[in-house]
Design a protein. Structure first.
Length: 485
């Protein structure tokens, strides 16, 4: 097992296995760079050249951001596959972090659309490898039935949000005072620091962390390389010839994510290496996958609709000082940092009495719907008229919904995973995030200040209804989970 897996006595990290601290650190710095860049990405795309931006149409810009966000989570498939078939989770995590750093350097140094293309592709693929494997490695630290697992994932989530808090604040300040490319450069520095921190402690992750669970035969590797090369050629032709316009990038990622998810479920369910109990647990994951995708299609609008809302509708003036747009992206991480410990302590205290995962999912989805409905009292005002405290209250509800579903979902993927598909089940959870994130880019095209009430009201109402349907399906889902809570 990974070092100190399941340790309950001796030196711990807030009551968790000590090696969690190393994974906590690398994810913190990776999220610093990721959210720092994303905090200024959309406005960089649609701001005019005189403001330092690229002057891309707003609807096209949100499609690009949605597609990029979906690519990050879609590429967890590749990261998980590399871990399970070629490199092992630990090595895949390290090399993926190097790719992320190179992407941020590309955004910082290459001007114009070329820099966006190179940077976002590298960051998208690299971040997918980091996310799938960091989460999988956390899962190896706990024995089956260890009730600290949900609390451990909540602490890991705290590390994510410490980085997510600092990133937009610092990149936003640099963007305001020095320019967008300096902000992107700071994101590269953050990822470099994460790599240094992780390199120092890499040797502490052993056992399953370095194993290749299902090694790929050399002959099969050659076939895979040919398929990958052909796929890349097709993508390049489609992009360079304009067959797929940027305004439809998010829709394309939605379709790819849905196809990949269906294919993944079929492969796992039909595998002869999956036992009957494991197969039942994978079936139980299907409705939770759908609920997760719906949740993220709302939540990830922080980087599309909420960013536009913050730029155009929000009064960001505080004592005569106008807060940068990117600072709004740090409100949610502040609340996560405050509340994640509360949720971790709550699940630890409740132990076996805590709500089941399907119940947590249904409540989280419904609460996310309530968050969108809370925009309605502020709808219909003029430019820069929405109160900052009002948006902060909405984002507080976002946070509560997130803590009910996101860290619990990460934990669930490791609990329901068949032994032979350990990392790839985590990738399946991230596929739901990919689908939802790309959908957030598609939905954002329907938002406008003139139709705010209809937009927020319809989306919020649909989310509430879906949460109710999932609550009604809790009992059969729990039976399929075969003892997993």
């Amino acid at each position: 097992m990974a070092t100190e897996a399941g340790t309950r006595h001796g030196k711990t990290f807030f009551g968790q296995p000590p090696v969690l601290a190393n994974l906590f650190g690398v994810e913190l710095w990776e999220r610093f760079s990721f959210y720092g860049m994303q905090g200024i990405l959309l406005i960089y795309l649609y701001y005019s050249a005189s403001e330092g931006g690229l002057g891309i149409a707003e609807g096209t810009a949100t499609s690009i951001v949605g597609a990029y966000g979906g690519l990050v989570y879609l590429s967890t498939i590749a990261g998980a596959w590399l871990a399970d078939r070629l490199l092992g989770a630990e090595r895949t995590l390290f090399y993926s972090a190097v790719v992320v750093m190179c992407g941020h350097i590309g955004l910082a140094l290459i001007p114009g659309v070329a820099g966006v293309a190179v940077g976002l592709v590298l960051i998208g693929f690299g971040s997918g490898g980091v996310k799938a494997n960091a989460t999988s490695l956390v899962g190896t630290l706990y024995a089956e039935g260890d009730e600290r697992r949900d609390a451990g994932f909540s602490l890991f989530y705290l590390g994510i949000n410490l980085g997510a808090l600092a990133g937009p604040l610092l990149t936003g300040l640099l963007q305001e005072n020095a320019g967008f490319h300096y902000g992107f450069g700071l994101a590269a520095v953050g990822m470099a620091l994460g790599l240094v921190q992780y390199s120092i402690g890499r040797k502490r992750l052993t056992g399953p962390a370095r194993e290749v669970p299902n090694p790929l035969p050399p002959a099969a590797l050659r076939r895979v390389l040919l398929i990958v090369a052909a796929a890349l050629a097709v993508v390049l032709v489609v992009l360079l010839t304009g067959l797929l316009p940027p305004a439809r990038y998010a829709t394309a990622v939605v379709v790819l994510s849905a196809i990949a998810a269906v294919a993944y479920f079929v492969v796992i369910l039909r595998s002869r290496q999956v036992t009957e109990v494991e197969r039942s647990r994978v079936v139980a994951f299907i409705p939770l996958f759908v609920a997760s995708a719906a949740f993220w299609s709302l939540y990830q609008q922080q980087f599309t609709v909420v960013t536009i809302y913050s730029d155009q509708r929000l009064d960001r003036t505080i004592l005569g000082w106008e807060m940068p747009v990117s600072f709004v992206q740090s409100i949610n991480p502040i609340m996560i940092i405050i509340l994640s410990g509360v949720f971790a302590a709550l699940w630890t205290k409740l132990g076996s009495r805590q709500p089941s995962t399907p119940v947590k999912f249904s409540i989280g989805l419904a609460v996310m719907g309530v968050a969108f409905l809370l925009f309605l009292p502020m709808a219909g005002g003029g430019a820069n008229s929405a109160p900052l405290l009002g948006l902060a209250g909405v984002l507080l509800v976002f946070t509560i919904a997130e803590l009910l579903l996101s860290p619990v979902g990460l934990s669930l993927a490791t609990k329901l995973a068949p032994e032979r598909f350990r990392t790839q089940m985590v990738a399946l959870f991230f596929l739901s995030v990919a689908l939802g994130t790309a959908m957030s880019g598609v939905l954002a095209k329907f938002y406008s200040a003139d139709h705010e009430s209809a937009y927020f009201g319809i989306i919020g109402g649909v989310a509430l209804a879906l949460g109710g349907v999932l609550a009604l399906a809790t009992s059969p889902i729990r039976r399929l989970m075969r003892g997993v809570q």
